[in-house]
Design a binder for this molecule. Structure first.
Ligand SMILES: Cc1cc2nc3c(=O)[nH]c(=O)nc-3n(C[C@H](O)[C@H](O)[C@H](O)COP(=O)(O)OP(=O)(O)OC[C@H]3O[C@@H](n4cnc5c(N)ncnc54)[C@H](O)[C@@H]3O)c2cc1C
Length: 402
């Protein structure tokens, strides 16, 4: 048992520290060198993603018996933070695959579904996505219009469109990813509320296609985003995950891990931005001295350093306590995402300011971090949705406040 005063909150066990060391080395040698090129070309580095299967990272929270690493939420946070230090867009694609699909299936799938699909997505043979948002519905997710109806033979017909789906297509030709965790409405309950169910939709499911690859995004350009079309799409009876109508629980539970890991991405962006501005402030001279001697530059660096440390402490405190088998941890998963995403954007902005004109061009990294950071205030829940959730949850239980 480690002396509690010695506990490193970001690496609480030797296993976590080893994971961080391994991922950091890999990111430095494999992820960093490709990041700018794939951003500029708006391409998803699918081969690099597949490589992560060999490292055991694609199934980081999936059970070992199905090819996963069997690790916890804190381990997932470590991987997202380390990748985002170099390439937040690649981290977003990793998140869509490993958190939104793999973890969801590992927690909610049947033994048969887990045995047949998890080994393929954990190894990188298959690339996966999660489709919740639609052209007309984002935050108001219960109003989704995609429907699934069961046919007499037990199979399901899905109709609708999904929008903004990370990994929805894997290349510029619109090749779909291999499997999509698809939410659809399968009825209404006695109170008139939508019943949401989950279906595993495969690249070759009849009636399923990529509508378009969404291009010219502000940031996250190395992560593919697609519109998906379900036009009388047929999936077999065993594609339904869990029981009909119970997916609200799947969705809410997985959103907690999604928000935690989006928070971890923010911490990675912030740490890199502080690193870059700190380095530059020593190298750059003006008026006969390094710019770090100027009070206004010190304010940017000092403020950013302290905010990054605060983000890191909050993130790993929430991650340490997150139980992947349970829901009900939304207060702090929304909290870490709410506070850290805006801080990451502001810290990247300060880094650009410290670096002057150089900060404004791609080679110096921070302009990409700045563009990528903005998405984190929107995807996986907007800032406003977190404000709403936190305030609602505190109205039910404010015991944490004393
Ligand atoms: C690059 C990218 C990748 C994405 N990846 C995925 C993915 O893999 N899978 C997926 O399913 N989705 C994905 N999304 C969609 C993302 O989750 C949504 O964009 C997000 O949930 C917001 O929904 P919306 O864009 O429809 O905005 P809306 O929900 O229409 O919101 C518009 C504005 O209204 C505000 N608003 C809405 N309701 C309220 C309210 N009750 N109170 C106050 N303000 C409110 C919002 O906060 C926002 O400011 C992605 C989006 C992007 C841009």
């Amino acid at each position: 048992m480690v002396d509690w005063k010695e506990l490193d909150i970001a690496n609480p066990t030797e296993e976590h520290a080893m994971l961080r060391g391994m991922v950091r080395d890999w990111v430095s040698s494999e992820v960093e060198p490709q990041a700018l090129e794939f951003d500029r070309n708006e391409q998803f580095n699918v081969n690099l993603m597949r490589e992560m299967g060999e490292l055991g990272l694609l199934g980081i929270t999936a059970q070992e018996e199905y090819g996963g690493a069997g690790m916890d939420a804190l381990a997932a946070a470590i991987v997202h933070e380390e990748i985002s230090y170099s390439d937040p867009a690649f981290a977003l694609s990793y998140l869509a695959h490993s958190m939104l699909f793999v973890n969801n299936l590992a927690r909610n799938g049947s033994d048969e579904q887990k045995s047949s699909v998890l080994p393929k997505v954990c190894s990188g043979e298959w690339i996966a996505a999660m489709a919740m948002s639609e052209p007309d519905v984002g935050t108001d997710v219960m109003s989704m219009s995609t429907t699934a109806e069961q046919r007499p033979d037990g199979s399901w017909v899905i109709n609708g469109r999904k929008m903004w789906i990370t990994n929805g297509c894997i290349d510029d030709d619109g090749t779909p990813c291999d499997v999509v965790w698809t939410y659809a409405k399968t009825g209404v309950d006695s109170n008139g509320r939508s019943q949401i169910s989950t279906f595993l939709v495969y690249a070759d499911s009849p009636g399923f296609s990529v509508g378009q690859k969404i291009v010219d995004k502000t940031g996250m350009r190395a992560s593919n985003t697609a519109e998906l079309v379900y036009d009388d799409c047929i999936v077999s009876a065993d594609s339904l995950v869990g029981s009909q109508g119970e997916s609200m629980i799947h969705m809410m539970r997985n959103l907690e891990l999604e928000r935690l890991t989006l928070g971890a991405m923010s911490v990675g962006i912030a740490r890199r931005a502080v690193f870059e501005m700190n380095r530059y402030a020593s190298e750059r001279e003006a008026f006969g001295k390094p710019i770090r001697k100027f009070g206004q530059i010190q304010r940017y660096i000092g403020q950013s350093f302290a905010e990054w440390r605060a983000m890191e402490a909050y993130l790993y405190n929430v991650a340490r306590k997150m139980d992947l088998e349970k829901s009900g941890q939304r207060l702090d998963s929304d909290g870490i995402k709410l506070v850290s995403t805006t801080l990451a954007k502001e810290i990247a902005d300060r880094a650009m300011q410290v670096m002057g004109g150089y900060g404004y061009v791609g080679e110096y990294v921070v302009e990409r971090l700045w563009r990528d950071a903005k998405l984190l205030e929107i995807g996986g829940g907007t800032l406003e949705s977190h404000q709403k959730n936190i305030t609602n949850d505190l109205s039910k239980d404010s015991s944490i406040l004393g």
